[in-house]
Design a protein around this ligand. Structure first.
Ligand SMILES: [Zn+2]
Length: 98
């Protein structure tokens, strides 16, 4: 009985430690978080990515955020940080229309 309780307790502790870790480090590179689960570099890349989408969406009607991201990361001159954020958003399914 005590053993089971100990095991349960240790699982809970591990889960909390993991979620704390997720909250404090960038989901892409592990650096400390600035905002929205991204570090300083990836957060500013994320903002740029969203701003550019607004511009593109005006020029290309019916351009979904997902299609846009795929296009942006396929462009050779797109910056490293932006590509990493784009790939992360596609993988995580974080490409809603907002
Ligand atoms: Zn990062």
């Amino acid at each position: 009985m005590n053993l089971i309780r100990e095991i349960v307790k240790s699982k809970v502790v591990t889960a909390i430690a993991k979620s704390n870790n997720n909250k404090n480090s960038c989901v892409i590179c592990g650096l400390p978080i600035k905002k929205d689960n991204f570090c300083e570099h990836h957060y500013s890349a994320y903002i740029k990515l969203k701003e550019k989408y607004n511009e593109w969406a005006k020029a290309y009607l019916n351009l979904s955020f997902e299609k846009y991201i795929k296009k942006v990361i396929s462009i050779e001159t797109t910056g490293k940080w932006i590509k990493e954020v784009g790939e992360y958003l596609l993988k995580s399914g974080g490409v809603d229309e907002n």
